[in-house]
Write a protein that binds this ligand. Structure first.
Ligand code: I85
Length: 365
């Protein structure tokens, strides 16, 4: 009866149960006791491949991610496990730790997303109108997942079209985010009181919420493509990522060309502009984004057709390049520590020592 109840944003998450609040505990029995594993490869992830499998007990289909049991894989599963209870994040059902031809493996059983990738589906919609209103519903689902992650201090860092999958082929199917292979827990060093802050080197403090701002940039690119069918930045000489393209990304050189953008609302363009800000510090935060009327439903988002399905279909040969370019741009953003945060000028700081000294000085005069 309550199955269809939709709550706004982060409240959509199930209350974390005791098991999920803790670290994941892999099952040690052999997975093939519980599941039949198919040879059908559903895709390749950052750290391992994804196969189809079927529960022996329920005969239900699941997706199985096979990872070599190394620290990076543990991190992926740990973060995904902690985040996986949200409606718009692919759920983890079981984790096994098995030996597989001599190698220790982590086997992650996930709910099976049978509806395929976001943009494949929009491309197939070329016969039906795809409206800005529908685009806003899609963005709301993605933002809901990102909001949940960012509030858990997790940056996904690989938000791209291939990682957005539909649960089923139904028109009202739910969209979910997957692949935590690059996700990172962003624990502010300011919260770890193991040193006296007077002596802390700037690189130790790290780029404060830099990783979160990468996700916001990705949201800008995804939203742009959703509304017109082509990306804001692209190479013009066939190379996966050209010098010219890098330059345009760095300078934030993109526009909203007509006729594709003719009927798109000013509000949608405003959101994209706030997301594609070149300085990560200026970029919109997830809380600001989900509060925007374009996403909350408070605004009458135009019900006019977008060109995206037609453009995606007509330019389908460019899609692998678009995906490659986005992966490459994300990889560049993930380079840790290259954004050493500038220490604030002494003048900008509220420094109680200097304040006291200034008062002492005044007292003397
Ligand atoms: N279902 N990035 C692209 C897939 N159900 N997919 C990718 N990293 C992952 C594959 C390559 C995402 O972590 C990925 C991951 C997890 C999945 C995943 C999870 C759950 C699926 C890499 C399907 C699918 C699509 C159409 C039909 C069917 C399944 O991919 C089936 F027929 F099985 F129902």
């Amino acid at each position: 009866m309550f199955a269809k109840l939709r709550l706004p944003f982060s409240s959509q998450a199930r209350a974390p149960n005791a098991a999920q609040a803790r670290a994941f505990r892999p099952k040690k029995n052999v997975i093939t006791e519980d599941y039949d594993i198919s040879k059908q490869v559903l895709g390749l992830g950052v750290n391992g491949k994804v196969l189809a499998c079927t529960s022996k007990k329920t005969k239900e289909r699941y997706a199985l991610k096979v990872l070599r049991d190394v620290a990076k894989a543990r991190r992926e599963v740990d973060l995904h496990w902690r985040a996986g209870s949200h409606l718009n994040i692919v759920n983890i059902v079981d984790v096994y730790e098995n030996k597989y031809s001599g190698n220790k493996c982590l086997l992650v059983v996930m709910e099976c997303m049978e509806g395929g990738e976001l943009f494949d589906r929009i491309q197939k919609r070329a016969d039906q109108a795809f409206t800005e209103k529908e685009a806003s519903v899609i963005m709301r689902q993605i933002c809901s997942a990102v909001s949940y992650l960012h509030h858990l201090n997790i940056a996904h860092r690989d938000l791209k079209p291939e990682n957005l999958l539909y649960k089923s082929k139904d028109l009202d199917s739910v969209l979910k985010l997957t692949d935590f292979g690059f996700a990172k827990e962003v624990t502010s060093t300011l919260q770890t009181p193991c040193y006296t802050p007077y002596y802390v080197a700037p690189e130790v403090l790290g780029p404060e919420r830099y990783d979160m701002s990468c996700d916001m940039w990705s949201l800008g690119v995804i939203m742009y493509i959703l509304l017109c069918g082509f990306p804001p930045f692209y190479s013009n000489c066939g190379a996966p990522i050209s010098a010219g393209m890098k330059k345009r990304i760095r300078r934030g050189e993109y526009d909203f060309p007509n006729p594709e953008w003719n009927d798109v609302s000013k509000e949608a363009k405003d959101i994209i502009r706030s997301l594609l800000k070149t300085d990560p510090n200026d970029r919109m935060k997830i809380d600001e984004m989900i509060a925007h009327p374009w996403l909350t439903g408070k605004m009458d988002v135009p019900n006019v057709s977008l060109t995206a399905p037609r453009v995606l279909q007509e330019e389908s040969e460019m899609w692998t390049d678009v995906q490659e370019e986005m992966s490459h741009a994300l990889a560049e953003m993930r380079v840790d520590g290259d954004q050493v945060k500038k220490i604030k000028e002494m003048g900008e700081l509220k420094n109680p020592i200097l304040d006291r000294r200034a008062k002492k000085q005044q007292g003397k005069n």
